[in-house]
Design a protein around this ligand. Structure first.
Ligand code: OGA
Ligand code: MN
Length: 360
């Protein structure tokens, strides 16, 4: 699934890989000497990227649709679009209110990465609690390899043993007194790439590991996913959210072309929510040789992939964090309270994707 980079030589020859390279962030090496310090992103041709927001605007104005795009459910909360040659693929532009986007951003940073939910940091540090708060407070994760408590000037009191056995958060001052490995919480936050909710996905075995301790997907997210899944379900068929993967993207981060094929029932949709900076999403065909469609994903957009579309390669080759292209002005307007500034700072350079699945 996510191991697409392994077969680099082969994949470079495929249409999907060529599209990934077309949109990926590259920097101009021969920028003028004045700009030497600030690397300039290479310009990329976006003329072929489908823009469902402007498609929606046109459609609402005069019912027009570009070739290959169809409207499926005009009576859902907002129009649901699909692509003629991609049955089972649904795009709902702006499906999430700004308030919902903000609360999901807060939850994705504060609550979703909490144990027993696993994150990419588990392999290295074991379960870590409260990374976001620790980053806000400028704390440092230190390897706690001695039983002795540091007591000079009361620094021992500052150690929080709520993290894993072995690694604990300490103040910056404590960390500098300890002669052990350390990493700042803000670096951990910056390098947070995924967390898993509900049934835990084991990335090394590429399956859901029912033996891993887990909580159910939070009720409000579960209800939201059930509601959003409806356009992809026949009347009376239920969608049971059992697992979710939260992806965190910083500038330059990508999600390589893959299939989500570890769930039992492919007729059930994957409900995929976009938050924060705008991204390019590639939807290919069942072979990596099929040329993918590129489309923008903005904060608040929802994508459903069910049935045939579950068998289609897809990925995210690019996010945009510059002011003009990130298109998060609506979030900046809402996240103005002092308590929200930390979320705003994060999301101004990041994208979060929550994708919710029925596993069995
Ligand atoms: C995934 C996925 C798409 C996105 O996590 O499986 O396809 O929009 N994410 O980030
Ligand atoms: Mn996927």
């Amino acid at each position: 699934m996510y191991g697409s980079e392994n077969n680099r030589e082969d994949s470079e020859r495929t249409a999907f890989r060529r599209a990934e390279k077309k949109y990926k962030l590259y920097y101009d090496n021969n920028a003028s000497s004045k700009n030497k310090k600030k690397k300039q992103p290479k310009p990329v041709d976006l003329t072929e990227v489908l823009d469902f927001r402007s498609i929606l605007e046109c459609h609402l104005q005069n019912g027009a649709l570009p070739p290959g795009v169809i409207v499926l459910h005009d009576k859902f909360t907002s129009p649901v679009f699909s692509l003629q040659n991609h049955p089972g693929f649904y795009f709902i532009p702006g499906a999430l209110t700004v308030e919902k986007q903000c609360s999901l951003i807060r939850e994705s940073l504060v609550d979703f990465p909490q144990p027993p939910n696993r994150t990419n940091h588990n392999a290295m540090y074991g379960p870590i609690k409260d990374v976001f708060v620790a980053a806000k407070e400028g704390r440092v994760l230190v390897e706690d390899n001695s039983d002795s408590v540091i007591t000079s000037s009361g620094v021992g009191a500052d150690i929080d043993h709520g993290g894993c056995k072995g690694w604990v958060f300490a103040s910056e001052k404590d960390a500098s007194l300890r002669k052990c490995r350390s990493v700042s919480a803000s670096a951990l936050l910056r390098k947070l790439r995924w967390s898993t909710l509900g049934l835990q996905f084991d990335w090394s075995k590429r399956n859901y590991d029912e033996s891993l301790p887990h909580n159910r997907i939070p009720e409000s997210l579960c209800e939201l996913a059930k509601q959003l899944a409806k356009p992809a379900l026949l009347a009376g068929v239920e969608f049971r959210p059992e697992g979710a993967i939260v992806n965190y993207f910083g500038l330059g981060d990508t999600l390589g072309g893959h299939l989500d094929d570890m769930e039992a029932d492919w007729s059930k949709p994957i409900v995929s929510l976009s938050l924060g900076c705008k991204a390019i999403f590639l939807l290919g065909g069942k072979s990596r040789e099929d040329t993918p469609h590129a489309m923008f994903l903005r904060s608040g957009d929802v994508v459903l992939m069910a049935g045939d579309a579950r068998e289609c390669f897809h990925g995210v080759p690019r996010i945009f964090t510059d002011k003009e292209n990130a298109e998060i002005g609506h979030l900046e307007t809402l996240l103005t309270h002092e308590d929200d500034l930390c979320f705003l700072k994060y999301i101004q350079n990041s994208r979060i994707n929550i994708n919710i699945r029925q596993v069995f």
